[in-house]
Design a protein around this ligand. Structure first.
Ligand SMILES: C[S@@+](CC[C@H](N)C(=O)[O-])C[C@H]1O[C@@H](n2cnc3c(N)ncnc32)[C@H](O)[C@@H]1O
Ligand code: SF4
Length: 390
């Protein structure tokens, strides 16, 4: 990796999608597939190719983060990770403290590869632990045990300067006391960052079918609200503050890459189905890649990239996206930054009489400079956005 430089120019993040998993989890609707044998070499070559083609077409702005997401990127060969990092950092200037995250599933084989990922350049591991309860792990269809999850954390803590892990809560049959116990246990194992997601039923998943058939019953709104409230309370007792609806960190340990999305800054997305938001000649474009890995590979092999969408965004589209992202953040959306990015005033982008009503009902706070959700508002974010957007 080349030497870091300091740059005053706005930076850019890089997302790299790895679409393969060992098994499909019944709750998951991410763009992920189970392959009998992963065509490692062909995918490595195509990802590097797509990265090179893409970087040749964008201005040389400093790279602020790289995120290997999936699917299960810990199934990648560490040599693939290394060549992608080297390619990106040789074609773009690198900002100070370049954050390089890799999502890893805690099976034994993958645990043994963590050191190699570190040597490849990864400096932040995000582990998909999901639960510390063996019965729940089974119900979530996970391929690893609680023991393997703890082993992954122990190994990762010795290797990486920064680690985070994911848990899913508000699961079927989970009581508030059970979640409190599991969360306390998790916090005792935590370094400085946690992602805590309430289970959602996603269309097209096995859970969606079981939910329709009445085989899965989730906590009602009152219980999930109470669970979120105690989650924010307990994590803060351990020094981890909520900075986004599902993300908790010690000050300074926030995920810089994910902040790029929530603050609506530029990022490149490569790999099957990856999205990007890239500014070219002062116009913000939404980009998308072919979603199906086989199609994606064919396109890259033929054209050097698998871009399926490149669309200039209108001020209204940008405004909608920036609010969708920014209101997830505890700090909310700054009016000045909003206007600069979207080319329209925040007060013109939202229904102002609805905004006043939502402030009155204590779902939003607005002081002419910053619009943010209250804890109560965060629990009903989708409904609030629907009401607010013109
Ligand atoms: C890209 S996914 C998975 C990363 C990795 N393959 C894994 O399974 O750990 C990122 C995270 O989203 C969360 N997630 C996925 N589907 C979810 C759902 N239906 N409800 C709540 N959380 C979900 C999980 O915590 C998961 O770790
Ligand atoms: S949750 Fe992770 S391991 Fe499971 S199917 Fe989704 S991406 Fe793959």
């Amino acid at each position: 990796m080349k030497a870091t430089i300091q740059h005053t120019q706005q930076g850019i993040g890089l997302y790299i999608h790895w679409p393969f998993c060992l098994a499909k989890c019944p709750y998951c609707d991410f763009n992920s597939y189970v392959a009998e044998q992963i065509p490692q070499e062909a995918y490595a070559k195509a990802l590097v190719q797509e990265l090179q083609t893409t970087l040749a077409e964008i201005p040389k702005v400093p790279l602020t983060s790289i995120f290997f997401g999936g699917g299960t990127p810990s199934l990648m060969l560490p040599s693939t990770t290394q060549i992608l990092i080297d390619t990106a950092t040789s074609l773009l200037p690198v900002s100070e403290n370049l954050e390089i995250t890799l999502e890893a599933n805690p099976t034994s084989v993958e645990n043994q590869k963590l050191k190699d990922f570190y040597h490849a350049g990864v400096n932040r591991a995000s582990l998909g632990i999901q639960s510390l309860n063996p019965t729940a792990l089974k119900a979530l269809g996970r391929e690893h045990s609680v023991g393997q999850a703890i082993e992954a954390l122990t190994i990762a803590k010795k290797i990486f300067p920064r680690i985070s892990f994911d848990l899913i809560y508000a699961r079927e049959g989970q009581t508030i006391q059970e979640w409190e116990g599991e969360l306390q246990e998790a916090l005792a194992l935590t370094h400085d960052h946690l992602s805590l997601y309430q289970l959602t039923i996603e269309p097209g998943t096995i859970f969606a079918k079981q939910y329709r058939q009445g085989k899965i019953i989730l906590p009602d709104e009152e219980l999930s609200t109470a669970m979120l409230t105690i989650t924010e309370m307990i994590t803060s007792q351990y020094g981890l503050q909520a900075y986004e609806i599902s993300n908790y960190a010690k000050p300074g340990a926030e995920s810089r890459h994910n902040l790029t999305y929530w603050q609506y800054k530029d990022y490149i997305g490569i790999g099957p189905g990856a999205h990007g938001r890239v500014t070219l000649d002062q116009t913000l474009y939404a980009t998308e890649r072919h979603k199906n890995p086989v199609r994606w590979l064919e396109h890259v092999q033929q054209n050097g990239h698998a871009l399926s969408v490149k669309e200039a965004l209108t001020p209204a589209e940008k405004a909608q996206e920036m609010l969708l992202m920014g209101l997830r953040l505890i700090k909310g959306v700054q009016a000045q930054q909003f206007e600069k990015r979207c080319g329209m005033a925040l007060t013109d982008a939202v229904n102002m009489s609805m905004l006043s009503a939502l402030v009155e009902e204590n779902f939003l706070s607005w002081d002419q400079e910053c619009l943010k959700t209250t804890p109560q508002g965060r629990l009903r974010l989708n409904a609030i956005l629907e009401a607010l957007l013109k």
